[in-house]
Design a protein around this ligand. Structure first.
Ligand SMILES: [Zn+2]
Length: 194
């Protein structure tokens, strides 16, 4: 192998390594996060400039810049002190990770089955209010992230299947056939429907 080819392969490996580090930093920093605002002591939903973190994280620890915050523009003078909390625990502060931990080990509030692990790709799990007289569920991803910490104590986890059925019953009752109720009503009227 000539020296030129060896150097070209070496440079390609270095570029691939740095590209891998940048992509890993980008994936680690993307998404919405929940932090405690150091100034107001309130929960805030923030988004990190993942592209900046990816590029700056190639040669140094990622520089974290907040690109959006649920408390802006009410606090334009924000010094982004919450970035330190994110730097200490980049994974734990993501909304997805927080919700994955909350759902883990709990039974579905409707069917009673154990909640499956939260997935980025599957149908969304739901939340059901324990104070509402109606059985109404909402996908956790439809709730503004900064409202989740206040909602969770008054809501039960609901699996994606039960959430979908509840949503269909609520939004499209004509498309849902309640087999149990149909059989009972039909027996009462003299005909049995299966
Ligand atoms: Zn269920």
């Amino acid at each position: 192998m000539s020296n030129e080819i060896f150097i070209a392969i070496l440079m390609a490996l270095v570029v691939i390594t740095y590209a891998g580090l940048a992509i890993a930093a980008y994936i680690r920093m993307r998404g919405t996060r929940l932090v405690t605002c150091p100034e107001s002591k309130q929960t805030a939903a923030v988004t990190v400039d993942a592209a900046h973190s990816a590029l700056s994280g190639v040669f140094h620890p990622s520089d974290i810049q907040i690109s959006a915050c649920s408390r802006w523009p009410a606090r334009p003078e924000c010094d982004q002190a919450c970035a330190r909390e994110i730097a200490r625990a980049p994974k734990r502060t993501t909304t997805f990770q927080m919700m994955a931990q909350w759902y883990a080990g709990k039974p579905c509030g409707i069917c009673g089955r154990d909640m499956p692990p939260l997935s980025h790709f599957g149908p969304e799990a739901g939340l059901m209010s324990v104070t509402s007289p109606e059985v109404v569920t909402v996908a956790w991803t439809d709730v503004p992230p900064q409202q989740l910490p206040k909602m969770l104590p008054t809501h039960l986890p609901v699996c994606s299947s039960c959430h979908l059925m509840t949503w269909l019953r609520h939004e499209h009752p004509d498309l849902v056939v309640d087999r149990h109720r149909t059989a009972v009503e039909s027996e009462d009227s003299g005909t049995i429907v299966h």
